[in-house]
Design a binder for this molecule. Structure first.
Ligand SMILES: NC(=O)CCC(=O)C(=O)O
Length: 267
């Protein structure tokens, strides 16, 4: 299976409309890949909080239309990263879109863990409640977005639902790049799954982005890693390695579920 992660530079000098057109061309250039992955909130930038409201769009808005056409033209599965989604009956959501090679929407995932503590996404957007998997020929994707990477219990839910390839679009900042790489490898090792983590490059809202998109195999080996700038990271991987790893080192079978609550000791 061939995957291409498009690590887009999200800088303030470029309008959302021109970035959309540019990214669609980059997706079309990946014809021949099976799966193309874009980062989180690449229209606005994940830290450009003041743009979320003005640039929010309905699920089937301009980004959906342009990306559906690009997936169809390239004949690829496209994880189109995420958009600030305006739900007509509710708040904004950070929503990821996955298209099939016919340009049909295969899945939408509303980010569950919102970043920012008491500001930014955490207060401007609603929280998703539903983990999402997507069946592709040869593998099942488990999708998560950026800050979700810090919450291993979500990934266990995805694995329990059959996920073998964990796809994580992100807008991860440079100042926490060490966490990005470490957590991507940890999620791969503990779940014995491929991790395809696609970040952004550039700088927006005063936050330099980490880049360094990464593909990790089920043994935790890094198959490919991008640099800091805009880049297409293409990697060939064998999805059968997930079953082989889980069979050769069957740690997932040793999970002990339903433990008693910890018994407090001491004073
Ligand atoms: N957009 C995000 O979710 C940022 C996450 C982040 O910066 C971190 O977890 O650290």
């Amino acid at each position: 299976m061939r995957a291409s992660l498009i690590q887009i530079a999200v800088d303030e000098g470029e309008s959302v409309a021109s970035r959309r057109t540019r990214v669609a061309s980059l997706v079309r250039e990946q014809a021949g890949s099976d799966l193309v992955v874009l980062p989180e909130l690449w229209t606005t930038g994940a830290f450009a909080y003041e743009e979320f409201g003005p640039q929010a769009e309905p699920l089937d808005g301009p980004t959906y239309e342009v990306m559906a056409a690009a997936a169809r033209d390239a004949g690829v599965w496209l994880h189109a990263g995420s958009i600030p989604e305006r739900d007509p009956d509710g708040p904004l959501y950070n929503t990821a879109l996955v298209f099939s090679p016919t340009g049909d929407l295969a899945a939408a995932y509303r980010k569950i863990h919102r970043f920012g503590f008491d500001k930014g996404e955490a207060v401007l957007m609603g929280a998703g409640r539903e983990p999402v998997t997507v069946r592709l020929p040869g593998t099942t994707l488990g999708v998560a977005t950026c800050y979700d990477l810090r919450f291993p219990e979500l990934f266990r839910r995805l694995v329990d639902a059959g996920a073998e390839t964990l796809v994580i679009p992100a807008g991860w900042p440079e100042r926490r790049r060490a966490h990005w790489t470490l957590l991507a490898r940890a999620r791969a090792v503990e779940n014995q799954a491929f991790v395809l983590a696609c970040g952004t490059a550039g700088s927006h809202a005063g936050v330099p982005q980490a880049g360094h998109s990464i593909v990790v195999d089920p043994w935790g080996e890094v198959l490919a890693e991008a640099g800091a700038g805009e880049e297409v990271l293409t990697v060939d991987f064998d999805p059968a390695k997930v079953a082989a790893t889980r069979e050769q080192f069957p740690a997932l079978k040793d999970r002990v579920l339903g433990l008693e609550p910890p018994r407090p000791h001491g004073r």
